[in-house]
Design a protein around this ligand. Structure first.
Ligand code: ADP
Ligand code: MG
Ligand code: MG
Ligand code: MG
Ligand code: MG
Ligand code: MG
Length: 682
């Protein structure tokens, strides 16, 4: 989530009066940043991960695993611990940072300072993640564990799923039938976001996930656990009036989505144009890594027929009105908006020649007056469209104390809109008064149950981002096809059974000599055959993308540039024309001066990616689904009972610690997290 401001939030009726004000000054603030920093050059590769945890409280007597709502206390404790560690640690030690998140049972951690492009830093990622987890764990109650689990299986069931218990009848912000007010971080920003999304939309959010139909699932499935006839809030009748669909799992509150955990990565680019190139390069990778990290097949106590969180979060913050959603003709609102504020990126933004205009084939509503203003200021078409597209949204949380800002020093109004556009990639301008440069955040991945896996995906993506820049890779396909991939990525078992659109010829400029699938020549510049000295560090600054030697930019119609591939083909290669993402990463590694021991560690990570893609290891979602379906308490009726959930949470903790071996999920030599920490005292 974005930064937390202290202040008095306005109710929706008051906040909306300031929408144009916030947008106008937000754009001014962006332009001030642009004027100061558009020519900023030479930033090194700094990068970092964000990992989200849910704190689970184990009750052995009643066999219940619940969400512990002690976020405030836990964070206060962790931050004081961290301050103390900081006082006597050497400067180069990176002391973790813990942040609040939407759920009052959630924590987020980041490395205290970003990693650099050095190989030792690459190797430190997993240890850093484990340290952050174990520090958090040490300062919880003995029966509490911070688990990295994407969606809590019994969030919103009838009965007790939080510690302590609260009744959903008190959900004054969300009016949810299922989630109590206390599920939400009490900081004013979060309940206000929740309430204002509902008020702007004109109804509760409504998510219907297809139910996984098992042999004993009653058909049609009409969810007996929904309090159909509750009559506390005006929206209570929505469920029975069509919002809750048969054969689906119905979710009605922001907490179901923003209460999920994910794994995000942020990379600093050399300059703004490299940031734009990296942003575009990673767009088609978003759905691929969503499918490969899929980890959320259970929702509100039921098995779903999807494996990922994405559409749940998209729906959970969908503040569009009926007019914006295209259900009513436009009268009071300005735009038809195809997507929620949380969804996949709509626009490629690089000005490189490889970004053919045909790729931006999504309908793109944007604020024309903002677009004109940006263009008059000298911004190019694509970046102007990007910003004026983000700025079709209203600010949802406005604090009365910070309405008037100094636009030369503040970016609060810009960030207000920017940080409530939650997309697969985020293009992050440098913050004011900081040494930080232009950055790109990769946001599609689900969090994995172990830090070995989280580190593997982090290392894979950072290496892939280097390969994109240093080999002049071209991953462009029409952005509408990326959206189609987002849908496919979430379907059950997508990593093994779905096909995805992917580009066939991934070199923007033909590599001379070797065929594309052949192993690398060891050159970081693929157009030259001259051997290069291997680099000690992952570089960040590269020459601009060269034009093709023959001067012909495009040789084929767009439709011939891509095809459908399986996950195995996308990662591990196809035929003699598509090397696979892993080959590109290995080729890039080949340009680095990596010693054998370091290489062996990196290879373990890359092997996880390879095996997920070839199906010899399962995604967490598949493993979780199988765990549920083979549990003695499972009645093949799609229901994930309290006891199944308890055993699942115990298993997840044991897997992480290396106590329970799961060779279908993790390589045989996975030894577990912190060997010293005991079991949870059960
Ligand atoms: P947000 O929640 O807004 O996405 P966070 O502050 O939680 O952002 O996380 C930002 C991530 O970026 C952290 O992993 C941090 O280590 C990393 N980071 C910090 N400074 C830089 C930088 N200059 N370049 C790239 N990444 C950075
Ligand atoms: Mg977060
Ligand atoms: Mg944040
Ligand atoms: Mg964060
Ligand atoms: Mg403990
Ligand atoms: Mg983030």
């Amino acid at each position: 989530m974005g930064l937390l401001y202290l202040g008095t939030p306005l109710t929706w009726d008051d906040a909306k009066k300031y929408a144009d004000h916030v947008r106008f000054h937000g754009v001014t603030q962006f332009l001030n940043t642009w004027d100061r920093l558009k020519d900023r050059q030479g930033d090194e590769l700094l990068w970092g991960d964000e990992i989200e945890y849910m704190v689970v409280s184990f009750d052995q007597t009643n066999k219940n695993a619940k969400l512990s709502l002690r976020q405030t206390e836990i964070l206060a404790k962790l931050n004081s611990i961290v301050d103390n560690i900081c006082a006597d640690c050497p400067a180069e030690v990176s002391v973790p940072t813990y942040h609040p998140e939407y759920g009052r049972y959630m924590l987020e951690s980041t490395p205290g300072s970003p990693y650099t492009g050095s190989i030792p830093d690459l190797l430190a990622v997993e240890g850093n993640m484990r340290y952050r987890r174990s520090l958090a764990r040490q300062h919880l109650k003995p029966n509490e564990v911070p688990i990295t689990f994407t969606s809590f299986p019994r969030l919103g069931v009838r009965g007790q799923f939080t510690e302590p218990y609260y009744d959903p009848s008190d959900a004054v912000s969300s009016h949810s039938l299922f989630l109590p007010e206390e599920i939400t971080n009490p900081h004013a920003r979060f309940p206000t976001l929740t309430a204002n999304i509902r008020l702007r939309r004109g109804s509760k959010v409504a998510i219907n996930l297809p139910l996984f139909i098992d042999s004993q699932t009653p058909r049609p499935f009409i969810d007996p656990t929904i309090p159909w006839d509750r009559n506390i809030y005006p929206e209570d009748s929505e469920a029975k009036n069509g919002a809750a669909l048969p054969d689906h799992i119905y979710l009605d509150a922001m907490g179901f989505g923003m209460g999920c955990c994910c794994l995000q990565l942020t990379f600093q680019a050399c300059n703004v144009s490299d940031a734009r190139r990296m942003y575009d390069g990673l767009i088609p990778v978003g759905p691929i890594l969503l499918a490969l990290t899929a980890a959320s097949p259970v929702w509100r106590g039921f098995l779903a027929d999807v494996d990922c969180r994405w559409n749940v979060i998209a729906g959970s913050v969908d503040d569009r009105t009926k007019e914006e959603r295209g259900l009513n003709p436009l009268k009071n609102d300005r735009f038809r908006i195809p997507k929620s504020r949380y969804d996949s990126v709509d626009l490629y933004i690089s000005n490189d020649w490889i970004n053919r205009p045909e790729y931006n084939d999504n309908y793109l509503p944007y604020d024309e007056s903002i677009y004109d203003r940006l263009r008059k200021h000298g911004l190019d078409d694509l970046l102007s469209k990007h910003i004026s597209h983000l700025f079709i949204r209203d600010p949802l949380v406005v604090f009365s104390e910070t309405i008037d800002q100094d636009d030369s020093t503040s970016t609060d109004h810009f960030e207000n809109i920017q940080s409530t556009n939650w997309q697969t990639l985020r293009f992050k301008p440098p913050p004011p008064n900081s040494p930080i440069g232009w950055r790109v955040e990769f946001r599609s991945m689900e969090v994995q149950m172990t830090d070995f896996e989280n580190a593997a995906f982090a290392v894979f993506v950072v290496l892939l981002s280097r390969a994109i820049l240093s080999f002049n890779l071209n991953f462009y396909i029409p952005i509408s096809k990326v959206d189609e991939n987002m849908g496919r990525a979430q379907s059950r078992d997508a990593a093994r059974s779905a096909k995805f659109y992917f580009r066939k010829d991934v070199y923007a400029v033909r590599r001379s000599g070797a065929s594309s699938s052949a192993s690398s020549s060891g050159c970081s510049s693929p157009t030259s055959d001259a051997p290069r000295k291997k680099e000690k560090k992952m570089r960040n600054c590269f020459p601009p993308l060269p034009l093709p030697e023959n001067g012909v930019l495009y040789t084929r119609p767009v439709e011939d540039e891509y095809e459908e591939m399986t996950m195995n083909e996308i990662i591990n290669g196809k035929g003699d024309y598509f090397p696979g993402l892993l080959r590109l990463v290995y080729d890039y590694l080949d340009t680095l001066d990596v010693d054998q021991e370091a290489f062996a560690t990196i290879e373990k990570y890359l092997d996880l990616i390879r095996r997920r893609a070839d199906g010899s290891l399962q995604t967490p979602a598949t493993w979780i689904r199988n765990f549920v379906r083979s549990h003695p308490d499972y009645k093949h009726d799609s229901v994930v009972s309290q006891e199944i959930n308890y055993d699942l949470m115990v298993a997840v903790d044991e897997i992480e610690r290396g106590v329970r071996r799961e060779p279908d999920l993790l390589p045989k030599d996975y030894t577990g997290g912190d060997q010293d920490k005991g079991d949870i005292g059960l």
